[in-house]
Design a protein around this ligand. Structure first.
Ligand code: ADP
Ligand code: ZN
Length: 630
């Protein structure tokens, strides 16, 4: 009983919306094909990396279809906390949008519902649990009958899959959309690529007929680096000070306690850091998130509870102080850096304890053995990435099934690590563990093992008479850090396993091949102190001049730099008035372009990427005035 279908949307209409509403010159990658397909009522599953530009894939069809009289697009989004900003950004661009969630008063909700039911609203954001609410469904029925239910967009679609890393049971109910509103097209979007999850999304959301759009997962502006842990907090501090002073960033830690400690410590060192984890009071958590989104250069120290749907475009680095669970998580978390396309860093410090901890967490979990096996395989892939001596990006993309060649923008490409042949050392280490087993079957941990190899006399050595072992002191030539690296890689490769609370070491069956000299072990030379260059800094950086935040926005002379600062100050006021994050008003890249090009007329201003018609009208005159005075 839908109203007559209108003409399919043709390409110029869609491009026109991109330019007029969003102020961008051209589509990126697969956007155009996706937008065309959905605009023409096709179902779609979109896999695109974070920062790839997913939002426009449903927003532009929503606008086009609304203009063609097809009514309201319902956007299902899991994070209530972010709906406000997403809607704010659309309204700033002149698109009528709203959200329905528990934060609204009865009166506000009633107003939104009136806007929706009249068909005036272009986009309605709602959390998945609302979809099953009978009253809401009845409203959708009414829209549907009047031909005013245009499109469903399901964001973070991996939440529907038990295989994904973010399962939300409320998402399961979304299958009813297809049954109840068979003629309404649906677009599901996610940044999680894994094959199994993909198949699961398709079957659970009944998207068998949908066209699947898979984009390259490369994020060329992100520089990957993994360093060996020495004094991790100091390494982190050095990384922030040397490369990201005054930048916004996220530091991931595994435990709440470590989050608190690290945040406290960074604050004591003069960094604007805030903690975030599920154990914090909800209002405090919200406050910290707001500050991160709204202020410049906040470093959020967080557990993985932080991040999903954080669409702040100018996060300049993501640091890991602990190893994530697997490559999917690592990629998702690091992907939060550099959404704006400007240079960003993914930095991780990892060490022996990380390997041992992650293995233990899997071993001790109550899951089925089959599941644990899968988890171990995924961890192994991540460890191989961490130990790699070749291009990190090639390995990352390879994991997601994408072939590529050395990237030139990861630590291993930029500073090829020295390698050494650790085969002999590995054999010594393994045979030392073997001697322990023989010698009374006793098991020992890493510290004692390395003491014995290096011929150190300790109480424990004397107690067990280990100075009589044939492996006593055979490794005196290598420093302790290097022995740790050998052991770590043997554990990473699965030749040594750890057991129990004391993490004692046990040989795996595969150790035999190493002992026999059948496996060559090429290891990284520990590079704790290795130097890293600054990104795109050097010549363009003025002494005492531009902050590192500005550095990533390209060259700016002194005058442009001053104008940029003025524009930022102006933007901060506007953002405050509208209670929205600054980037919703204009992103840094847009302000930087204004500062460089110094448009003198509204027409010239309109030519800058990120300046749409509505913003030109609302802010154009003021921007010209700010530029004139700067
Ligand atoms: P995702 O949701 O895939 O992580 P977003 O939709 O948030 O990515 O887009 C990332 C950034 O890229 C945003 O700042 C957005 O404004 C910008 N962007 C998206 N498409 C284009 C385009 N065609 N031209 C210029 N900028 C774009
Ligand atoms: Zn590389």
């Amino acid at each position: 009983m839908r109203a007559t279908m209108s003409q399919p949307n043709h390409h110029p209409v869609l491009l026109n919306i991109l330019q007029e509403v969003f102020g961008y010159g051209a589509f990126r990658g697969a956007q155009e094909a996706i937008i065309q397909h959905v605009g023409d009522s096709g179902d779609a599953l979109v896999l695109m990396p974070t920062g790839g530009g997913k939002s426009l894939c449903y927003q532009i069809p929503a606008i086009a279809r609304h203009r063609a009289g097809q009514g309201v697009t319902v956007v299902v989004s899991p994070l209530i906390a972010l709906m406000h900003d997403q809607v704010g950004a659309l309204e700033e661009a002149g698109v009528h949008a709203a959200f329905l969630n528990s934060t609204l008063s009865g009166e506000q909700a009633a107003h939104v519902e009136r806007e929706m039911m009249s068909g005036r609203l272009v986009m309605l954001y709602a959390a998945p649990e609302r979809i099953t609410n009978p009253r809401f469904l009845a409203q959708l029925d009414s829209l549907y009958e009047r031909g005013l239910l245009s499109l469903f967009a399901i964001d973070e679609a991996h939440c529907v899959s038990q295989w994904g890393h973010d399962f939300r049971s409320e998402y399961l109910a979304l299958s009813l959309l297809h049954e109840r509103f068979p003629n309404v097209p649906r677009i599901a979007l996610t940044a999680t690529a894994d094959e199994l999850t993909r198949a699961d999304i398709i079957s659970r959301l009944r998207l068998e007929e949908a066209r699947v759009f898979i984009s390259s997962f490369d994020r060329p502006n992100i520089r990957y680096a993994i360093v060996e842990k020495d004094k991790p907090r100091e390494q982190l501090l050095r990384f922030i000070r040397d490369e990201h002073e005054d930048d916004a960033g996220v530091v991931y830690c595994q435990s709440r306690k470590k989050v608190e400690e690290t945040a406290d410590w960074l604050v004591a060192e003069g960094i604007k850091a805030l903690p975030y984890h599920a154990g914090l009071d909800a209002t405090l958590r919200q406050k910290h998130q707001d500050r991160f989104l709204r202020e410049d250069s906040v470093v959020m120290v967080a557990t993985i509870a932080f991040g999903m749907g954080i669409d702040k475009p100018d996060v300049r680095f993501v640091a890991h102080l602990d190893l994530p669970k697997n490559i999917e998580s690592y990629y998702q978390e690091t992907g939060r850096a550099g959404r704006d396309g400007a240079p960003a860093d993914a930095w991780m410090a990892y060490g022996l304890a990380d390997v041992v901890n992650q293995r233990r967490m899997i071993d001790e979990s109550p899951a089925e053995e089959e599941f644990k096996k899968g988890q171990r395989g995924k961890l192994d892939a991540l460890l191989a990435l961490a130990e790699a001596t070749d291009c990190r990006r090639v390995r990352l993309l390879g994991y997601f099934g994408e072939a590529s060649s050395a990237c030139g923008n990861c630590d291993n490409c930029l500073f090829p690590p020295a390698t050494w042949d650790g085969t002999e050392a590995a054999r010594k280490l393994l045979s030392c563990i073997y001697r322990f087993h023989q010698n009374g079957g006793q098991r020992f941990g890493a510290g004692h093992l390395i003491d014995v190899l290096r011929g150190k006399v300790t109480d424990k050595v004397t107690q067990y008479g280990h100075q009589t072992l044939s492996t006593w002191g055979v490794g005196a030539d290598l420093p302790e850090t290097q022995w740790r690296a050998v052991l770590r890689q043997l554990i990473a490769l699965g030749h040594v396993q750890t057991e129990g609370e004391y993490m004692t070491l046990v040989l795996a069956d595969s150790a035999r091949s190493v002992l026999k000299g059948e496996v060559q072990l090429l290891l990284r030379v520990p590079s704790v102190a290795s130097k890293r260059g600054k990104q795109s800094s050097g010549s363009s950086k003025k002494p005492g001049g531009s902050s590192s935040a500005a550095r990533d926005l390209g060259d700016m002379d002194e005058q442009a730099q001053a104008a940029f600062e003025q524009l930022k100050a102006w933007r901060a006021e506007v953002a405050k008035e509208h209670s929205l994050p600054a980037y919703v008003i204009f992103q840094n890249v847009t302000l930087a372009e204004m500062a460089r090009r110094r448009p003198g007329t509204l027409d010239e201003l309109a030519g800058i990427s990120g300046v749409g018609a509505k913003k030109l009208e609302a802010y154009g005159a003021e921007i010209l005035r700010v530029l004139d005075q700067a």
